[in-house]
Design a protein around this ligand. Structure first.
Ligand SMILES: O=C(O)[C@@H](CO)OP(=O)(O)O
Length: 260
């Protein structure tokens, strides 16, 4: 018995274009982001994918990507469970800062560690009156303040994503539901690190492109079966679409801090 799972990072957001650290700031998709999500959904539909339920975050760029994908696959009627546990990694005091400028201020090595290391969090958002403090947002009002992060490294993000995976998503998959997870670059890096057992060194180099479906086949123990001949190691899943195009998009994410 095997199961199919589709992961999707949201399409391009307004702050992806402006090249700003985004984290928990709830920025919308751009027109291009909507087009990316639509194309990814159409690719899924063309390959015969449809969904029985979906999971997404509390953030509009992922929620909208989720609904666009469901619409393209004629699955808009299915239940969608939203949780802040699938939110993007909280980027602390870097939120709102231009990625190129952050390199000029802190140096490329430091910024790479903050962006991609396993266990070094970015600087904390200490000021409770910070404009991007999630404790001030209505959508997090029901969550105990002490649970809301003020910064997160990937390890912290995994500590909320994986229990949600185990407790909410795995039971849906095991009951035979075809699941879509529409989430974020770093919450998905955390999930695939866990699923694919990616080392702390290798996760440093892993970048997930916006608006491309990442398709997994899982065995009965929820272990991914490596897609034959796929060029995306250490991932065991495979992106749906043209390899060169996807590789270009992956490089684009990796190079966001490069001098323009
Ligand atoms: O800013 C962010 O929240 C993330 C995703 O856009 O950026 P990065 O790829 O630098 O981790």
């Amino acid at each position: 018995m095997t199961y199919t799972l589709v992961l999707m990072r949201h399409g391009e957001s307004q702050w992806n274009v402006e090249n700003k650290f985004t984290g928990w700031v709830d920025v919308p998709l751009t027109e291009k982001g909507i087009a990316e999500a639509t194309e990814a959904g159409q690719n899924l539909a063309a390959s015969g994918y449809e969904f029985d339920c979906a999971f997404t975050s509390f953030q509009k760029r992922a929620i909208k990507t989720c609904f666009i994908t469901l619409e393209a696959t004629d699955s808009l009627f299915v239940p969608v469970q939203k949780s802040w546990k699938l939110n993007e990694r909280m980027y602390g005091n870097l939120q709102g800062m231009n990625k190129g400028e952050s390199v000029e201020t802190y140096g490329a090595d430091k910024v790479l560690i903050w962006r991609r290391s396993f266990d070094v969090p970015p600087p904390n958002m200490e000021d409770p009156n910070h404009p991007y403090n999630p404790a001030k947002e209505r959508k997090y009002a029901s969550i105990p303040k002490e649970e809301l992060p003020t910064t997160e490294c990937l390890k912290d993000c995994i500590e909320r994503v994986v229990p949600y995976w185990e407790n909410d998503i795995v039971p849906a998959i095991k009951s035979g539901k075809r699941v879509l997870i529409a989430a974020h670059g770093n919450s998905l890096r955390g999930l695939v690190k866990y699923l694919d057992d990616i080392s702390e060194d290798d996760i440093l180099k892993l970048n997930i492109p916006t608006g491309v479906a990442l398709v997994y086949t899982l065995d009965e123990n929820m272990k991914p079966i490596t897609a034959e001949g796929q060029p995306y190691a250490p991932l065991k899943g495979s992106y749906l679409g043209d390899v060169a195009d996807i590789q270009g998009r992956i490089n684009g994410v990796a190079n966001q801090t490069a001098k323009k």
